[in-house]
Ligand binder design. Structure first.
Ligand code: S3P
Length: 172
């Protein structure tokens, strides 16, 4: 069987929507680390951040990732900060082919501004917070990924197809 597909990238990069499309195109099972954390704790992510803290959430993400080490036939959408923990990076590589869904800062910000489900952006100046986080994280995504897809000008359908084409190109 072809390798699992792991989607990384910033909030708003479309990991869940594109992941679902990829799952239906490949027959793989769609899995989302945020959903697994919510299932595990019975709490929405905003509540995990408010009752505990970011570090606690990151530990839950790492636990969830360990539980996927032997998974096969999955498309895995990851939370935008999951790649921050160094110990998660080799795990991601072990689980599957890592695809970075990238887009321009303006496109990402426009997408994340549609709702306030992202606790990290509930600050006095969300755009500044966003820009700082993005600048720091992009270098991590870049170093980690096997494939980078820029979805700025693509809809979900075309982005999913671009991911599949790129996977074929590298023989995955
Ligand atoms: C986070 C991204 C969110 C979620 C949490 C923290 C981050 O997932 O895991 O709010 O640190 O970037 P999405 O990338 O799916 O929005």
């Amino acid at each position: 069987m072809a390798s699992n597909i792991i989607l990384i990238g910033f909030m708003g990069s479309g990991k869940s929507s594109i992941g679902r499309r990829l799952a239906s195109l490949t027959g793989f099972k769609f899995t989302d680390t945020d959903d697994l954390v919510v299932e595990k704790t019975g709490m929405p992510i905003t509540e995990i951040f408010s009752k505990h803290d970011e570090e606690h959430f990151r530990s839950l993400e790492t636990e969830v990732l360990h539980s996927l080490k032997d998974a096969s036939g999955i498309v895995l959408a990851t939370g935008g900060g999951l790649a921050l923990r160094e110990e998660n990076r080799p795990l991601l590589k072990q689980i599957g082919t890592v695809v970075w869904l990238d887009a321009s800062a303006d496109a990402l910000f426009e997408r994340v501004s549609r709702n306030n489900r992202r606790p990290l952006l509930l600050t006095e100046n969300p755009r500044e917070t966003f820009d700082n986080l993005l600048a720091f994280r992009n270098s991590i995504y870049e170093a980690l990924c096997d494939i980078r897809i820029d979805s700025t000008a693509l809809n979900h359908e075309r982005t999913a197809q671009a991911v599949l084409d790129a996977l074929t190109q590298i023989g995955k």
